[in-house]
Ligand binder design. Structure first.
Ligand code: PEP
Ligand code: MN
Length: 358
């Protein structure tokens, strides 16, 4: 069973340019939805209008979506702009209502993808329904969980399936709201080469500053589309206010993008290289974080006049890390060499702090 290419079910879209999905994080009012859609259509060539009708919020009491009423506004958007519409569904009841009001594309949100029970329930309720389903990555960087959700939908016989990459919860400190970890969508694509992948730079970035760069990176990696949160008055948005752009800004972002020739980039070797690039970047970020902690230790030791080298601690580091390294399949000498190198640099840094060298 072959996954269908996006152009087979999205009119006006051609695969030599990215599929553009734009619209607010949430549908808030009829006016907000219709004006945003009208401006998107006026300024850009976006193909699909998105709006959340039911919003998964971390804490109760914040805006949890307008509900059924908003689906009527999406119908109006279809009529007035001709754009297709898309919304998030997390429950069979959402699907029933979305179908009742003729939503064109459903997407499964990151929190829902994290739960196989929910995905299975959704799969069972769309069985036999001819509607595209886009699956966001789960919150945690688990390739199997994401692929598993995609397979649960594919198993229903639905071939209009695509993945949406929206980044992963950052356990480490990072400038992003959600770490892109590009190697993960690339790995999904390696498993399902014909699966379209759409990037959602808005939820990766968490603010408007990095959207342009993330979009370009996605295109450089041969992603098939972009989903960008767009609001007529971002500052007044009831959810995700910091990351939404106006339709004019969306136009500028799209105009500045360079669409590259994809032939070379689909090459398997190139995909592996992209994975390596992303992993190396994370390795270096982690090393920089380690060095920040080392600096704090240096200050602490200087304040209390403690020696830099604590032999027992160092022996313990070598022992535990070598053991852990072996468990992951790494060569013992290799782990040892890396640790020695890191330790040497740490001692140097602490020495600099201890002796107030520049
Ligand atoms: C959204 O698209 O507004 C949303 C809630 O996204 P995610 O599921 O990626 O957090
Ligand atoms: Mn959002």
């Amino acid at each position: 069973m072959k996954i269908q290419a996006l152009e087979t079910y999205t009119p006006h879209y051609q695969s030599n340019s990215p599929l553009i999905i734009a619209g607010p994080c949430s549908a808030e009012s009829r006016q907000q939805v219709l004006e945003t859609a009208e401006q998107i259509q006026k300024h850009t060539s976006a193909n699909i209008f998105r709006a959340g009708i039911w919003k998964p919020r971390s804490r109760p009491g914040s805006f949890e979506g307008i509900g059924e009423e908003g689906l009527k506004w999406l119908q109006e958007v279809q009529q007035t702009t001709g754009m297709m519409t898309a919304t998030e569904v997390a429950h069979p009841h959402h699907i029933e209502l979305a179908l009742k009001y003729g939503v064109n594309i459903l997407w499964i949100g990151a929190r829902t993808t994290s739960n196989p029970f929910s995905v299975q329930e959704i799969a069972e309720s769309i069985k036999g329904v001819d509607i595209p389903v886009f699956i966001k990555n789960p919150i945690n960087p688990d390739v199997s969980l994401w692929i598993g959700a995609i397979e649960r939908i594919l198993n229903t016989g639905n071939t209009k399936v695509a993945a949406i990459h929206r980044g992963f919860y950052p356990y480490e400190e990072t400038k992003f709201r959600n770490i892109p970890k590009w190697e993960i969508p690339i790995e999904v694509k390696r498993n399902y080469p014909e699966l379209p992948i759409i990037c959602d730079p808005s939820h990766i970035s968490g603010n408007v500053d990095y959207i342009q760069d993330i979009c370009q990176k996605a295109l450089d990696l041969n992603f098939d589309g972009l989903m960008i949160e767009t609001h007529i008055h971002p500052k007044e948005a009831l959810s995700d206010a910091q990351q939404q752009v106006t339709p004019e800004v969306l136009r500028n972002i799209l105009n500045q993008l360079t669409v590259r020739n994809s032939n070379e980039l689909t090459d398997e070797l190139q995909q592996y290289r992209e994975q390596i690039d992303s992993i190396d970047q994370q390795l270096l970020e982690m090393l920089a974080q380690r060095m920040d902690v080392i600096k704090r230790i240096g200050e602490y030791k200087r304040g209390r006049n403690i020696t830099i080298l604590q032999l027992r601690r160092w022996e313990n580091i070598i022992k535990t890390r070598t053991l852990f390294g072996q468990k992951t399949g790494l060569d013992k000498d290799f782990v040892n060499d890396i640790l020695q190198l890191i330790h040497k640099e740490s001692i140097k840094e602490q020495n600099r702090i201890m002796n107030k060298l520049q």
